[in-house]
Every structure is written in C-alpha cells, then in structure tokens.
Ligand binder design. Structure first.
Ligand code: SF4
Length: 441
C-alpha cells in the first residue's frame, strides 16, 4: 500500500496523513471517482501485508523453524533410535492461514517500528507464538463484549492487528470509526464461511453454525448473519446440540428446551418456531470433519421427516466450510492410525486450539493419546496433558507403557515446527538417544 520507494519513517507518516490528504484532494471530483480514489489510497486498512517478507524471513526462521523436524521429514516421516520409534503425520503444524497471519504480525512491527501495536486477543491459539509476538512489543487486548471497553486504550495513531480467526462486525466497525491503522490477518478460509453465512441471511435462511460459540472465529462468523435485516444464527457445538434441534424440527422438543440449551449461542430475539423453518448449515473451519458430516446428515433427515423430500431444497442448505488445512491434518492422523503399530499418540498444540482438539478426538478412542502444549509437559515420571472435553490439564504417570515403544506425533495448525522439534528432542532424551545417533538403526 505504501508508495514504492518511500522510506519507512516517511511511509508511516504517509499512512497517518493519507486519508485526510486524499479526502481534500479528491473533494472536487464527482462522488464515484472521489470515493474510488479514497478506496484505492485507503492507507488505514491492510489485508495483504507490506511486502516485507524478505525483511522478516530471518526472524521467522529463527523463531519457528526446526532442523530436527526437517530431518525427520527427510527420513520419510519415521525414524528409530534405539527402543524409540517415531512416526510423524504427513501433514501437521502451521497451515497457510497461520503462516500468513504470523508473517503479517512481524511485517507490521517492521513497517511501524515506532507506533504502538495492539493485538485483539491471540494472533493464533499457540502460547509459544503469542509469547514471541508479545516480546516484539505488541500488546494483547483482553476480551470484552463491548468494543468500547476492549479498545479503550487504542488511539488514532495506533495499529491494531486482527487475528487469523477474524473479529466481529461490531469490533471492525468500531475500529474503523476510531481511525487507527488496521492490519487484518483474517484467513481466507474464514472469509469463505462468512460469505456463505451472509448468503443464508440474504436468502432468508437461519445460519446454523457447527462451531464452539466461545471461539473467536464462531462469534465473528455469527455476527455476519446479522449484517442483513432478519438475519439469524444458532451455534450448534456438538452432536447433542444437533439432536435437540432435530427434535424441535420434528415436534418432539419444546421451544423452552431449545432456548435453555442454546442461550447465549443464538441471535438476539431468536424464535425457534419462526427461525428453524429454513436453515443453512456452515462450520467453524477447524471442527472435526466426521462430526460435521454427522450433524449435516441428522439435520437433513429431520427436515425431510418434517417437510418431505419435495420441500427439502427450500428448507435446508449446507456448505462444508471446514478448511482444507484442517481436513489434511485430520486425514493424515487417520492414515497414521490406520497404518497401525503405534503404542501412543502425542498431539502438540495450544489447549484452546480447536483444530488440535479435533486431532486429539480422532486419536483418543483408538489408543492412548496425549494433547500437550509444549515439550515441558513431557517427563519420565509423567506427562501433563489435556484430554478432550476436560477444562484443566491432568498428569498421567507411567505413561510409557513398554520398550520398544512406537510414538505417533502430530501438531495442530497453529503449532510451529520449533515446538514439534522440542518435543522430539525431549522424547529422544528420555531414551538417551539422538536422531542422528550412529547406534540408531
Ligand atoms: S486452520 Fe484453516 S481457517 Fe484456520 S487459519 Fe489455518 S487455514 Fe485458515
């Protein structure tokens, strides 16, 4: 966005002054040309980074790259070191959306070295990455339902980073009105969900969102349904929630049960009788695919039972909006499990990372599975981890069942390779080995 060749300090000044300057320069133009000029030169809203990839590549590599992960990949994603065998999923770790968001955060620091930079919540759900971003002087803003409260310290000269999961419509509008610089890292796959939800609202369908209502992405997605008059949403977190919706559609569950179950995960003034007559299903991008498919089949069957086959196309729509990165990582874990021969699985990622939880859920029913957040969770005497659905970390002792041992490894889309590498090093250390140990077969 900045004019080519402009020095960075001047570019900052340009960024600050451009809207007002251009507003006055274009004031004599016919309104369409005036507004298109303002859009073209809008220097307060950035969605595509700052073309500073080269400038930040060294810092990104130092912070997130892992040689031992590269080595394990070059060995065909599997290695044996004495009594320990490691098998790495073919797809794991940083996805395209996270890669982009993290790079834009670094570029933003580079672009605005002297400005205050704020981040709405976490850039992605990984403690290691968020800590590094904070170490660059980027200030994380705590959650608050009211944008005026959350952004009370943000001033016109400041820069605000929008995380990969996006922000609600109200928050974006509030920040635009503040006039601060917005660097929006919302992932394209999330924008695709929003497009579908807005389309549902335009066409008079209530958006049923398979997602976790308290997740930033789902709240942002839900807010998109309200951009049209009469737009509505209902967030269905799991199979049990879907059963209640299906029961209501079939006339077996009453209005109050729906309200009790879904409050506050539904649009203001939600009336189940009126708002569950026509629904469109979309997913949070990082949900467990098998659960989404099941929920879609359940709702389809309920609408068919209630309205008949002929009415179905006027009553029910569904778009699979799980992103390809989530799907690839789930498929890779499935393939690893199907190969057989694993004694246990370690899933690495932030405890609040939805896609990491989905990977854990896939494996948990099949073999001992430990969702850990960092390498420090691993010890010879026990492993700290968070089971699916648990609110807190637990410690499991005697977790290494036998020798020789084969461990499966994967990581969520927000987990950098450096953390995966630290986990591999820690496991090898427990067995007194290294990956390039000449004694390793
Ligand atoms: S998990 Fe999917 S939606 Fe989320 S940032 Fe990655 S690619 Fe985008």
């Amino acid at each position: 966005m900045r004019p080519v060749g402009l020095r960075k300090d001047l570019a900052e000044e340009w960024t600050r002054l451009a809207p007002a300057l251009l507003s006055s320069v274009g004031a004599g133009l016919p309104s369409a040309e005036h507004s298109s000029m303002l859009n073209w030169m809008d220097a307060s809203y950035f969605q595509h980074g700052f073309k500073l990839g080269k400038a930040v590549s060294g810092a990104l590599a130092r912070s997130y790259h892992s040689e031992i992960v590269d080595r394990l990949k070059s060995m065909g994603y599997a290695a044996r070191a004495g009594d320990l065998s490691l098998r790495l999923a073919r797809e794991f770790g940083f996805c395209y959306g996270v890669d982009r968001a993290v790079q834009y955060a670094y570029e933003t620091r580079e672009q605005f070295p002297t400005r205050r930079i704020f981040l709405s919540g976490e850039i992605i759900h990984n403690p290691d990455v968020n800590q590094r971003i904070q170490q660059m002087g980027i200030v994380r803003l705590a959650e608050a339902a009211d944008p005026a409260l959350r952004y009370r310290d943000v001033e016109r000269e400041d820069v605000v980073l929008v995380p990969a999961f996006g922000l609600t419509v109200d928050e974006i509008e509030f920040l635009k009105a503040q006039g601060c610089v917005l660097v929006d890292t919302t992932c394209g796959s999330v924008l695709n969900v929003w497009k579908n939800v807005r389309q549902f609202a335009r066409d008079g369908y209530t958006a049923v969102i398979h997602g976790k209502y308290f997740h930033e992405e789902t709240r942002a997605t839900a807010s998109q349904a309200l951009t049209h008059p009469n737009g509505r949403y209902l967030c269905v977190g799991n199979r049990q929630h879907a059963e209640i919706v299906c029961g209501f559609v079939r006339g077996q569950v009453d209005v109050n049960a729906v309200r009790r179950t879904f409050e506050p995960a539904m649009s203001p003034g939600f009336d189940p009788t009126r708002d569950l007559e026509r629904v469109g299903l979309a997913n949070q991008t990082t949900m467990l695919m098998s659960e989404s498919v099941e929920i879609q089949a359940m709702l389809l069957a309920a609408f068919r039972d209630r309205y008949g086959e002929a009415e179905l196309q006027n009553r029910f729509r569904a778009f699979d909006t799980i992103c390809s990165a989530t799907q690839d990582r789930q498929d890779a874990v499935q393939a690893l499990l199907d190969q057989g021969g694993l004694d246990l699985m370690i899933v690495i990622g932030g405890y609040n990372s939805s896609n990491t939880q989905a990977l854990t859920a896939l494996s948990e029913g099949r073999l001992p599975t430990f969702h850990i957040s960092t390498a420090e969770c691993i010890g010879a005497e026990g492993i700290r981890h968070r089971p699916v659905g648990a609110l807190d970390e637990v410690t499991t002792s005697a977790w290494l069942p036998r020798r020789p041992l084969t461990v499966g490894l994967t990581a969520g889309a927000s987990t950098p390779n450096i953390v995966v590498g630290e986990v591999i090093e820690r496991l090898l250390a427990l067995f007194g080995r290294r990956l390039d140990d000449p004694r390793s077969p």
